[in-house]
Design a binder for this molecule. Structure first.
Ligand SMILES: [Fe+2]
Ligand SMILES: [Fe+2]
Length: 571
């Protein structure tokens, strides 16, 4: 379909060829008159085309702007430009439709800009739409917001029917003279009034003389206002959806962190650190980051990926998410083992007493035999106590289990005790398997369950219909446990296939986990120790060396430490 500006242009060109004024004779009075009429028409048509083109341009500019503050500012700027207005104000109707909220003020003469991107906060109060339960028709803006009518006043000082005390006070304070005023409602596609545009002091461009707003401007501004209202509603809807989405992912992140009482705030800290690293990369214009600059959409994509990097943990059983000791499943089974060892001690004492009674019953008062029994009891109980202590030590995830220790655990486990003539081993097969975990608290099976969270993160996020600019969120989030040398999980990707965003997140995730001060089963790690461990990871080609070097050289690690770590951790 042809745009209205093109149609107007075509008609105009057609008319121009039909009535070529240069061909008309100047001697003829009628021709002179005709010439002047045609010139007028041409100028008018040119002006109309200019306006139509400008409005089309404004329409496009408004529809692409998604930043609400910029959009509000643009509406007032363009409306003023279209009507030669010296000043303009924009109000938005509150969600509860009780007030007009002041958003933008622009005044060229006073060189004042408030709201929008100006950085100057509004000092103007809201305008109530109702007073004492009745529509507020005294204020011109609220009148327009309630009725939807356009109000065009040549001089507010001489106008009746509206209360302009506010304008007069403003003038008195600033030395300004508010005169002509055009107030138009912003109606969206559903004909709802969402705001009010107030333009002040239309000027003759050449002289600056303040005149009334011409009725022609009313049409231009009304058309702009309706485009603006639609653009604003769209931007607001997008903003609302975005807010809802962020609120939703933050509540999921909270739920995941809550799954482990020990890792509260992990996700939030990983997001913060990830974004701090991305900003440092953007600031850096040397070495590996010379040509790297994440734009706003890419930063948004990274932020979302960081918020959702552990979303797959929603499927991980709670007892595995943060297994504090080796024998923990739903609770720490070391208490079972301790009780059992006490029971074993009682059975040993019992046996001793039985044997002693037997000797005495048989009239055997041999002190040597009894002493032997007593010594045997003491030694056996001592051994049992040592075994129990040893098992308790092995249950600690910080305890490295050597081959020698594994033999000891197995030897203890193979010992037996009897209850009701039934023989039992000191330790069950499952207890042996858990106690023999060489490093940390997880069995191989449990490690796989934990690692599965990265696959689940990818699978869950892949199902979400992300817009194009956020389409990489699943990939970035699902790769935060990959390592440069291919030894990570879930896919074993290498540097070649690993996006920088995932490499940033990996460093943030590891550093947070190492330095977190809220894990009750281990002492918080010192800053120097964490840096040392990550240095080893860099040398082992696990983490990105350039990002890690930037993390250290830029001092970001220290900024983060000051913010998140206990002072005694920072050494
Ligand atoms: Fe993770
Ligand atoms: Fe994580």
């Amino acid at each position: 379909m042809e745009s209205s500006s093109k149609v107007a242009e075509k008609v105009f060109k057609q008319k121009k060829s039909d009535f070529d004024i240069d061909k008309l004779s100047n001697d003829n009075k009628l021709n002179k008159l005709l010439k002047s009429i045609i010139t007028e028409i041409r100028l008018y048509a040119e002006d109309q085309i200019k306006h139509i083109k400008r409005r089309a341009q404004i329409g496009i500019a408004l529809s692409v702007e998604k930043d609400i503050n910029k959009l509000l500012e643009m509406i007032v700027d363009e409306a003023r430009a279209l009507s030669n207005a010296d000043a303009g104000t924009l109000y938005i109707v509150d969600d509860d439709k009780k007030n007009l909220r002041f958003k933008i003020l622009q005044n060229d003469t006073l060189k004042t800009r408030m709201g929008g991107t100006s950085g100057v906060k509004s000092t103007f109060p809201n305008v109530p739409l109702y007073k004492d339960g009745k529509p507020n028709h005294f204020n011109v803006s609220s009148y327009v917001a309630i009725t939807g009518e356009t109000v065009n006043i040549p001089d507010v000082y001489e106008s009746e029917g509206f209360d302009f005390t506010g304008a007069r006070k403003y003038d008195a304070a600033t030395g300004y003279r508010s005169k002509s005023m055009l107030v138009i409602a912003l109606k969206n596609h559903e004909n709802d009034i969402i705001g009010v545009l107030q333009l002040l002091n239309s000027q003759v461009p050449e002289t600056g003389e303040v005149i009334a707003f011409s009725p022609e401007y009313e049409d231009h501004i009304a058309s702009l206002a309706s485009q603006a209202a639609i653009a604003l509603t769209n931007a607001q809807l997008i903003q609302d959806l975005r807010n809802l989405f962020y609120a939703f992912i933050k509540s999921i992140a909270t739920a995941i962190d809550e799954k482990s009482p020990y890792t509260g705030g992990h996700i939030k800290r990983v997001v913060d650190l990830t974004m701090m690293l991305a900003e440092k990369i953007n600031e850096s214009d040397e070495g590996a980051f010379k040509d790297v600059c994440f734009n706003e959409d890419e930063l948004e994509e990274l932020r979302l990926a960081a918020w959702m990097h552990d979303v797959g943990k929603i499927t991980t059983p709670e007892n595995v998410v943060d297994k504090p000791t080796k024998l923990t499943n739903i609770f720490d089974r070391i208490s079972y083992v301790e009780n059992r060892f006490e029971l074993i001690a009682k059975t040993i004492e019992n046996d001793y007493l039985k044997q002693k009674i037997e000797l005495l019953k048989n009239g055997d008062n041999n002190k040597t035999k009894i002493k032997f029994l007593e010594e045997n009891l003491t030694n056996t109980l001592k051994d049992l106590q040592e075994d129990s202590e040893f098992i308790k030590e092995c249950n600690n995830p910080g305890e490295f289990i050597s081959d020698e220790k594994i033999s000891c655990i197995k030897e203890i486990a193979s010992k037996t005790y009897s209850i009701n003539n039934e023989k039992h081993n000191y330790l069950s097969e499952d207890e042996i398997n858990n106690l023999c975990i060489r490093k940390g608290s997880l069995t191989e099976e449990e490690r796989k369950i934990i690692e599965n969270h990265a696959t689940m993160t990818y699978k869950m996020l892949k199902q979400l219909p992300f817009p194009k600019k956020l389409s990489k969120v699943p990939e970035y989030a699902g790769s935060h446990h990959e390592k440069l040398d291919g030894s990570g999980y879930p896919k074993g990707l290498t540097l070649k296939n690993l996006p920088m965003q995932s490499r940033i997140m990996a460093i943030a995730d590891i550093f947070e986990a190492l330095t977190a001060n809220d894990r009750p089963y281990r002492k918080p790690m010192n800053l120097s120790q964490a840096i040392k461990i990550m240095g080893f990871m860099k040398n082992d080609n696990h983490i990105d060396p350039n990002i890690f070097d930037l993390f250290i050289k830029s001092g970001l690690y220290y900024d983060y430490a000051k913010k998140e770590m206990n002072p005694e951790q920072i050494d």
